[in-house]
Design a protein around this ligand. Structure first.
Ligand SMILES: Cc1ncc(COP(=O)(O)O)c(C=O)c1O
Length: 484
């Protein structure tokens, strides 16, 4: 009798190598087709739940199905019903446009199933994350002791920064966080998690360019100290989500030092613009921060989820997060063998550094710098176009690829509400047509359309045609007289 264990049957979870190759090549073909035809399709497609549910709802099958059919369903029913965030005319929110080598990096990291939490389990990947962190450290101008870790995104990075700030200050009672009135919502969420209630978040007013007012910040700190509270941290914007504004980093750095505040900079979307020489002056002071959030999945052209927190002294992070339970005692290999799990929230982490490293190695940093520079240039051209157009008006200066504007022809003495209604209609019509995707916001209470020009594929024609479309649709709707 043959021992059944001698030649174990493959698990039902395994596929034969030929089938793995066939399916893998099929998926690559699908992706390359998508990428090469991206411009021809809509920038966005919406589906209500009552349309999607009948297509997709159902219990998990007990037996597996034909994999081609499964992929086909995903490609037909799921993936097209979403924003095509890397479409050249997707200008909404904060777009992301990964490069092909970075996608390959993610595929490899997933296929090799790297556990990037401890050096013991991932020496090579940990070394590569150190390399990438060192690139970022140099770009920021941080000292040798500086470093960081890759996170799921900017929200996680902002959270880790607040934890580090709180721990360095000795976990004080009544901590206070200072952000500009343009600060990102993830900071408020992070504050909740670390135990800073909303009443202890000071939203410092900004100037006419949406930059934090340092004098008002100083006053707020003095007032809080007088009340016996503990001013803990100031978070400045290096690319506010609404307007792209960069706060006066240098001035805030001086105040933070005087007042012993942790100086955090949220550069989630805008931070990588410091690679562009013409922007260097606006980033002056970033090198004095205690921590900086950077999102490679935004303006460093990486796929989701790739965020990053950099700190000027890695001990502040490791001091805040390091815990060594007995079941991980084998992983303590000495300080030089960094366990990235000791720097943040996750023990199990994916190998995010690979996509960054592979894409920069393959394409060269110059290409990244130029792509960021082009986005900034297009936004400035858009500002000139809008300023020169009698039908459009800017809602603030363009900054770091973001343009806030609205349709408002002269002589049409519309109320604020009518202007808003008309602009909403314009936005809806353009977005529904799939021609371009743009979002809206509110600046000092006023409705604004908003273009975020960060995609390396976007040309000036894409931007110009979108603005022309706003004017065309606006004039037609005005002409109809419905809003008069
Ligand atoms: C300035 C800023 N901070 C933080 C975030 C949050 O980042 P994430 O969405 O990667 O969590 C964003 C997202 O757009 C952002 O623009």
């Amino acid at each position: 009798m043959k021992d059944p264990d001698e030649h174990p049957q493959p698990s039902d979870l395994e596929l034969p190598p030929d089938e793995m190759r066939r399916l893998g090549y099929h998926v690559v073909d699908l992706l390359v087709d998508r990428w090469t035809n991206l411009r021809d399709g809509p920038a966005w497609q919406f589906s209500p739940r009552d349309e999607l549910e009948p297509l997709l709802w159902g219990p998990p099958p007990e037996e597996g199905r034909d994999p081609d059919q499964v992929i086909g369903e995903v490609v037909d029913r799921v993936l097209p019903k979403a924003g095509r965030i890397d479409h050249p005319r997707f200008f909404a929110f904060i777009p992301s446009s990964p490069t092909w080598p970075s996608v390959m990096g993610d595929f490899l990291a997933t296929g090799f199933n790297v556990f990037q939490g401890t050096w013991l389990e991932s020496a090579g990947p940990s070394q590569l994350e150190l390399v990438v962190m060192d690139w970022f450290r140099e770009w920021l101008g941080f000292p040798e002791e500086g470093g960081g870790l890759l996170t799921s995104g900017g929200s996680a990075a902002n959270l880790c920064a607040l934890v580090a700030a709180r721990e360095r200050a000795g976990n004080p009672v009544d901590p206070v966080l200072y952000v500009s009135d343009q600060g990102h919502s993830s900071l408020e969420r992070a504050a909740r998690i670390v135990g800073i209630p909303s009443e202890s978040i000071r939203r410092i007013p900004t100037d006419e360019e949406y930059r934090l007012d340092v004098a008002l910040l100083a006053e707020a700190v003095v007032t809080d100290r007088a009340k016996g509270l503990h001013p803990l941290c100031v978070s400045a914007n290096a690319g506010a989500t609404n307007t792209g504004a960069i706060d006066p980093l240098d001035g805030i750095a001086v105040l933070a030092k005087e007042e012993d505040l942790w100086f955090h900079i949220d550069g989630a979307y805008g931070g990588f613009a410091l690679l562009v020489p013409s922007e260097a002056e606006s980033f002056r002071g970033i090198e004095k921060a205690d921590s900086v959030t950077l999102d490679p999945h935004k303006w460093l052209f990486q796929p989701y989820e790739t965020g990053c927190l950099m700190v000027r002294d890695t001990q502040t992070l490791e001091g805040a997060f390091r815990i060594l339970p007995e079941y991980l005692q084998d992983t303590a290999l000495g300080k030089e063998h960094v366990n990235f799990a000791d720097r943040g929230i996750q023990l199990t982490r994916g190998f995010r550094a690979l996509k960054i490293w592979m894409s920069v190695q393959t394409l060269g940093l110059k290409a990244f710098r130029e792509a960021i520079e082009t986005g900034i240039r297009h936004a400035r051209e858009a500002e000139r176009y809008i300023t020169g157009s009698p039908a459009l008006e800017m809602m603030g200066p363009s900054s770091l690829g973001i343009v806030c504007f609205r349709f408002r022809p002269p002589g049409s003495d519309m109320s604020k509400e009518k202007v808003e209604e008309l602009n909403l209609e314009i936005q809806d019509e353009i977005v529904d047509s799939g021609f371009a995707m743009m979002s809206s916001t509110r600046l000092r209470g006023e409705f604004s359309l908003r273009l975020s020009i960060l995609n390396y594929r976007s040309t000036w024609e894409d931007v110009q045609e979108t603005l022309e479309e706003v004017v065309r649709v606006g004039k037609r709707r005005l002409g109809k007289g419905g809003l008069g």
